[in-house]
Each structure stands twice: as C-alpha cells, then as structure tokens.
Ligand binder design. Structure first.
Ligand code: OKV
Ligand code: MN
Length: 238
C-alpha cells in the first residue's frame, strides 16, 4: 500500500536543537513506513552555499541518506541555494519549483508556496533578485565569512520588515492558487511556506479540489499524507 509523505518548513538551525531531534525521530519512525518522502522547502532556516561546514548540515544529510525510500526536495525561500552537492550527500532528488504527481488516479501539484503569495510585491522583488543566476554566481564566490555576515544582516532586516506587513499580504492569493491548479490540470495542491496548516476546498476548480497547507515545525512536527483515501494533515510532538 502506498503512502506518500510531505513535509516543509522545518527551518532547521543550530540554535534550535529540539527541532533537529524531532526531525531525526520523524525520519526513524514515520518516514520508514512511507513509500516516498517529499520535502517542500525551508528544510533549513538559512543556506549560504553547500561549502558551509556547519556540522548540522552533515548530520541531516547522513540521516536523510540512510532512508530506504526515495526522498525528493523542492527549494524554499530560505534554502533556495541548496545545491547539487548537498542534495547528493543527502541522497535527495532535487525537483523544479512546481511538480505534478499522478497517483491514485489523481493529479496533485507540489510547490513551496512562496510564489503563491502574489500580494507581497516586496518579497517577489527580493526573490527575483536572489534567484538571478549571475547574482547567485557572485554571492557563492564570496568568502564564507562574508556570505555569513551578509546573510545574517539580510535576515535581521527582513524580520523587521515582516513585523509591519499585514497578515493577509503574507498569505496565498486565491487567484494564484486557482491558476496553478488549472495550468497543471490538477485538483490537489500541497504546499508550505505560509505556516497556516489547513486543508481548504477550492470549489472554483472542481467540487473536490483541495489545497493542503503544511505547518511549520515550531513546537511540533507537521506532515501531510497522501493515500488512496486522499489527503490527511497531522501534527505530532517531538
Ligand atoms: C534566505 C531570506 C535570508 C526571505 C544573497 C545573492 C545577495 C543569495 C543570497 C543571502 C541570504 C540566502 C542566500 C536568507 C531568505 C533571507 C532574508 C529574507 C524573505 C545574495 C544570493 F543578494 F547578497 F547577492 N543569500 N541567505 N528572506 O540567510 O539563507 O526569504 S539566507
Ligand atoms: Mn518559506
């Protein structure tokens, strides 16, 4: 029986060892009993290049690589610089921004979810800049210490900016959700990013169309399961 798991928004970092422990526990339990695992972005709180020697990165790569099932990865808005080298170390298959899965006679779109937040024009401008290939090329060639300090400053100023943003601006745009489902001829969508775990109907697309949103791993873990029975959102203590 096939059971597909989706997770996102773990935001792993050295400062939050409990979340790392929770993820390692998840890998040794839940992930062992599924047929495929999809990590839909923001596995890490920050990423400044695969050459960052943080011990956390190697620990996570080894734990994922030890899984007996295929693991897939879509970049998030924080770990968008995760490269081929880390993916290979973790035994994860990197996927493009939007992917359609066909299982159980249905089409399901997976994505991180940041590109659905089309009302947040400041974020989209930031994203366009840091996704520009030559800007990434230059950034990755800076000395590690300089990248670390630039990244820390960018996170600080972003935190300040977000305090003044309206909640609605940081949620998905409903038209963008409809557009993605229609473009991919799908009736199911699974994403993270907004940290607002829920399963919403999308009746404009079809009576059974759904948008399932993963939760962030702040005080507990979150996952979405896809089986013959459909989508199930659940959370669990560390
Ligand atoms: C990730 C976000 C920090 C949001 C910088 C070019 C540039 C890459 C980078 C530096 C920052 C990722 C890689 C980080 C996401 C932030 C702050 C806001 C909203 C450049 C390419 F511009 F300097 F040339 N970065 N880091 N933010 O710390 O992981 O998603 S990060
Ligand atoms: Mn995100």
């Amino acid at each position: 029986m096939s059971r597909i798991l989706f997770i996102a928004d773990l935001h792993l970092c050295q400062e939050e060892p409990a979340i790392t422990a929770g993820f390692l526990h998840f890998l040794a339990n839940q992930a062992l009993t599924c047929s495929e695992l999809y990590i839909l972005g923001d596995l890490f709180e920050a990423w400044i290049g695969d050459d960052d020697p943080a011990p956390l990165h190697q620990q996570i790569a080894q734990a994922i690589a030890a899984l007996p099932i295929p693991v897939y990865f879509i970049h998030g808005n924080r770990d968008f610089l995760v490269g081929k080298r880390f993916a290979q170390q973790a035994g994860m298959q990197p996927l493009p921004e939007e992917v359609v899965l066909e299982r159980f006679g249905q089409r399901l779109v997976i994505m991180h979810g940041d590109t659905l937040c089309t009302d947040d024009v400041n974020y989209l401008a930031f994203r366009k800049k840091v996704h520009t290939p030559w800007i990434q090329w230059l950034f990755l060639r800076l000395p590690l210490a300089l990248r670390l300090s630039i990244a820390r400053k960018m996170r600080q100023s972003s935190q300040q900016a977000n305090q003044h943003k309206a909640m609605a601006v940081m949620d998905v745009n409903h038209q963008a959700v409809i557009e993605v489902l229609v473009r991919h001829q799908a009736t199911l969508l699974v994403h993270g990013h907004t940290h607002r775990p829920a399963i919403h109907p999308v009746t404009e697309v079809s009576p059974s169309a759904q948008r399932a949103v993963l939760g962030a791993w702040h005080h507990e873990g979150w996952m979405i399961e896809w089986t013959e029975q459909g989508l199930t959102l659940s959370h669990f203590p560390w």
